[in-house]
Design a protein around this ligand. Structure first.
Ligand code: ADP
Ligand code: MG
Length: 694
């Protein structure tokens, strides 16, 4: 009896935060499989959640809390209330009902009275909580056979008088749902390991003080087992701060290490040839194009390789800037490769570059498979280029269009593969409308050139939100435009988005196409474009559209990025409310490529004032990044940075909607980075525990 009692004491202390236990501290880098109470089965399940070390486990945060913090004497409980009671089990048994269910029925008593407890179908409970056990129970008070009872409460055994409870009598952490790892299990492990884990503050103390953040030890305690919700919130703020700070620091580190690299080639700028080349362009560069070109040329003559982002709304003319850079590279007898996110865009870049560079005896190649590209000057392709076997030994420039479609990782592979000891120059181009603060975070390692203006003569695209009753009128109006010699895009609703579209959206687009062709525009030429077409079929459709053999192109949202058809003047979007503002802005950028007045019709069946007014934001001229910021406010970061746009790093605690915190942490990171070696703990944390992807 004595020894039993003793055993319980030790175990319970060990379980519940006691500082009295003297054991070697648990290292944060310890593998979960090496920790007590975690067998191979759970280690495997944890691995599936990407929890491999003790640090990962402690950083697996609850996403909400059950409020079991009201502790009540039994005599005071009221119907409907959610409470915790503490007492002794007087009796407990399994009861078999007529319809073959099993009910567990117990009587619990404290100084104030008794109450009946019932559970359903948990036949092991009488073994876990035999009569005589001291228990803490949390749950709802209901009525059963006209008596107050506590229904299916959460429970934990009390084995010492001052025991702190973790499943009852407090705010109880609930972890992101996984069927194989119950919250109760996670809670127990965290409660057990937290007091013994070797947790050390790694953020600079000044920073913690200045930003009024709780230290790491209390933050971990309070995010898992808060006394109140303010405490939970405060600790969450610390982890959000920490997460963004680490993200900024890692980006600064990346930038720093890139700048330390040597460039393979320091280039000559062939001033005379270049002037001639510019003079031969079919248009005059805009001021911001000219500035971007100058910034790029300056980069190319420096000893460290260029790593620049060229950002500009759709239609701002990024391709010609890249073509000028490619021309300079070629003149230095080096190769350029240009990567596009889709085959259609690769084809288009290829055509544009050909037009611009053809007069100069430059060898071009559009690559679609893993073919040899060694002896070309300029190679255009998609990610198929990643599968290039042989290294390019004269690679001077890599141009990446729409960078977010390529993971940073892929980019690294590409560069690594084609590299000897030095790096080529890299120019990344994007029209992705993201708020400026977010851009400066995610692309913080790149130097930035921005095209702030559209080529002269472009008219503002007239944009209208079209309610259902105006649909017929809109169709008639579209017919008129076509008869006027103009072309039209009709974009089908966004159904499911993935790199390769789902069959569902393909079927929807096909149905829409057939209906329009047969019933609405029987006398016009319609084409259909979707993601399940083979590459050559897609090219064929685009070619026909470009050559005006198609009047109206019905397409799934694949047309979003990059297609340039200068005679298209109408962009009509079905179920526009399903798209983000920034996405619609990109779609709209498909038209308005010439001096012709262009139009964007946003069809919606929605009557929700909020939705309608969101769409109306597009009727006023706004830049892509302004719209993105609005999107972020109206729809939240999940919609804007979730599955819809690929390649953004996933944040665990912080979110990209918190522009204030992004700014604050960026400033902190910039302040710390130059003297990072003065903060060895932070530095090593940055190496080992960085949980942020990217
Ligand atoms: P994006 O920035 O969206 O990639 P593009 O490079 O496809 O834009 O350019 C859009 C169109 O504008 C192309 O037809 C291109 O030839 C044309 N263009 C580019 N720069 C100018 C300019 N300075 N003046 C007039 N037209 C231009
Ligand atoms: Mg483009």
């Amino acid at each position: 009896m004595d020894s039993d009692y003793c055993h319980c004491r030790i175990k319970s202390d060990y379980f519940h935060f006691s500082a009295a236990v003297i054991r070697p501290a648990m290292k944060l880098v310890a593998k979960v499989s090496e920790l007590p109470f975690i067998g191979p089965v759970y280690a495997k399940r944890l691995a599936r959640l990407n929890i491999k070390t003790l640090a990962d486990l402690l950083y697996h945060f609850p996403y909400r809390y059950h409020d079991f913090s009201i502790i009540s004497p039994i005599s005071r409980v009221q119907l409907g209330e959610i409470v915790t009671i503490r007492g002794k089990i007087i009796s407990i048994k399994n009861i078999y009902t007529k319809n073959r269910k099993i009910i567990q029925q117990a009587i619990v008593e404290d100084d104030s009275g008794q109450i009946e407890i019932i559970w359903f179908n948990q036949r092991y409970i009488p073994n876990v909580l035999p009569a005589g056990s001291q228990v803490s129970l949390a749950g709802k008070i209901g009525l059963f056979n006209n008596k107050l009872v506590m229904e299916s409460p959460d429970y934990e055994k009390i084995t010492s008088p001052n025991q702190l409870t973790i499943h009852t009598g407090r705010l109880v952490p609930i972890y992101p749902e996984t069927s194989s790892i119950p919250s109760k299990w996670l809670r127990s492990r965290v409660a057990q390991f937290l007091p013994e884990a070797e947790v050390e503050e790694f953020l600079p103390l000044q920073l913690i003080k200045r930003s009024h953040l709780p230290d790491i030890k209390s933050s971990l305690q309070q995010i898992h087992f808060p006394q109140n919700l303010e405490e939970a919130q405060k600790s969450r703020e610390r982890f959000a701060f920490e997460e963004l700070l680490l993200l900024h620091l890692s980006i600064l580190e990346r930038k720093n290490s890139w700048q330390k690299q040597e460039s393979c080639y320091i280039l000559d700028i062939p001033q005379k040839d270049l002037a001639k080349f510019m003079g031969n362009l079919p248009f005059v560069l805009t001021n911001s194009q000219r500035q971007a070109v100058n910034e790029i040329l300056a980069d190319l003559t420096r000893p460290s390789p260029m790593n620049r982002l060229l950002e500009g709304d759709v239609g701002s003319g990024k391709t010609v800037v890249a073509a000028i850079a490619a021309y300079v590279i070629t003149k230095n007898n080096l190769q350029t490769i240009m990567l596009a996110p889709t085959q259609i865009l690769a084809q288009q870049h290829f055509d544009t570059l050909s037009r611009l560079l053809n007069p100069y005896n430059i060898k071009f190649h559009l690559i679609t498979g893993g073919k040899k590209i060694g002896h070309y000057d300029v190679v255009v392709g998609t990610h198929a280029l990643f599968h290039q076997k042989q290294p390019l030994d004269r690679l001077g420039l890599v141009v990446i269009d729409e960078q977010h479609k390529f993971g940073v990782e892929q980019r690294a592979i590409l560069l690594g593969k084609n590299l000897k000891a030095c790096l080529p120059h890299v120019l990344t181009m994007t029209a992705t409308p993201i708020p400026r603060t977010v851009a400066l975070t995610l692309y913080g390692d790149l130097d930035l050139s921005v095209l702030t203006e559209l080529p002269a003569g472009r008219k503002k695209i007239k944009t209208w939100v079209v309610p259902p009753q105006k649909r017929d009128g809109a169709y008639q109006w579209i017919s008129k435009r076509v008869k006027n010699g103009e072309q039209v895009f009709i974009v089908c609703p966004l159904i499911e988005e993935s790199e390769i579209e789902s069959m569902k959206s393909v079927r929807a687009a096909t149905a829409e196409f057939n209906q329009l062709k047969e019933q609405i525009f029987p006398d016009l030429k319609l084409g259909l474009l979707h993601g399940k077409l083979k590459a050559n079929q897609k090219d064929e459709v685009i070619k026909k559209f470009r050559e005006r053999q198609i009047d109206i192109l019905v397409a799934t949202p694949v047309v979003e990025v990059g297609i340039d058809i200068s005679n298209a003047t109408v962009m009509m979007v079905e179920a526009a409310d399903r798209f983000g503002l920034a996405q619609l802005h990109q779609l709209r950028g498909r038209v308005g490529r010439r001096e012709l007045q262009s139009y964007c019709l946003l069809f919606t069946e929605s009557t929700t004032p909020k939705t309608i007014s969101r769409l109306h934001a597009l009727e006023e001229a706004k830049s892509g990044s302004e719209l993105a910021e609005l999107d972020l406010k109206l729809r939240g970061p999940g919609e804007v940075f979730g599955t819809r746009q690929h390649g953004f790093p996933e944040l665990k605690v912080a979110n990209f909607g918190d522009l204030e915190l992004i700014k604050k942490t960026k400033e902190a990171a910039q302040e710390i980075f130059p003297s990072l070696s003065k903060f060895p703990k932070l530095k090593s944390h940055l190496k080992t525990h960085l949980v942020v992807a990217n």
